[in-house]
Design a protein around this ligand. Sequence first.
Ligand SMILES: Nc1ncnc2c1ncn2[C@@H]1O[C@H](COP(=O)(O)OP(=O)(O)O)[C@@H](O)[C@H]1O
Ligand SMILES: [Mg+2]
Length: 255
Amino acid sequence: MKVAVNASSLTKNFGPVKAISNLSIKIEEGQVYGLLGPNGSGKSTLMKIIVGLIRPDGGEISIFGLRPYERPLDVRRIIGYVPENPRLYDFLTAREYLEFVSDLYGLDKEGKRDRIGHFLDAFDLSGREDEMLSGYSQGMRQKVAIIGSLLHRPRLLIMDEPLNGLDPRSAKIVKDLLNRLSREGVTTIFSTHVLEIAQAICNRIAILYRGSLVSEGTMDELKARAGMKGSSLEDIFFMLTGGFDVRSVVEELSR
Ligand SMILES: Nc1ncnc2c1ncn2[C@@H]1O[C@H](COP(=O)(O)OP(=O)(O)O)[C@@H](O)[C@H]1O
Ligand SMILES: [Mg+2]
């Protein structure tokens, strides 16, 4: 099995804030891999390091054997990235935006029309593609950003809280899509602070807290390790995100 992402002893500080501390993680090709953790735990920073937007202060990162900050173009060609709060161009229509993205990746004319049409259909945006993005709702923009990340058939998808703002139907479409892509060998890494979502979508999950990896494995492994057999994952999730003492939960999970 090929390794899609190999990170070892990554560190990234923002002034006094340790966004990522000595984090090592190996993600195999074809997985739908969840990064789970409360706000501020370092999920977005880790994703930006993987994409090559942030250079780590220490440690090593490679994407299919390539270092993102040494081979930025080669890495970006194989990655599709949906950032946390995607900024689209307000003055373009959805179709114009997606054609622009296709052109950046050098997709041919015919191919791009078909592919854009297909995805617009799948995400229930057909009929709205000639409206300006400025008039789109947050969920509609999120869908356009997701489509934009998929057009060039990336081998590795990095999606930062991609289900934010999506209605249940669209969330289901994304979920099924990631599943299908996984069967085709595409690797997806996506972040969420909602355990339920991670459980529903991911083969493996890494739990981050304050920049450190506190637990990693399949859902069953995480459950067993947390020693919370009696409680449901929802309970763990509730404690993680519900404003109770997060630290004790994380300590449980990391034992
Ligand atoms: N550009 C930045 N400048 C300063 N601090 C940052 C920056 N980006 C992230 N941080 C800090 O790093 C920590 C991790 O942030 P982030 O990776 O966004 O977490 P998450 O995505 O899990 O919510 C937080 O404390 C955040 O405030
Ligand atoms: Mg984030």
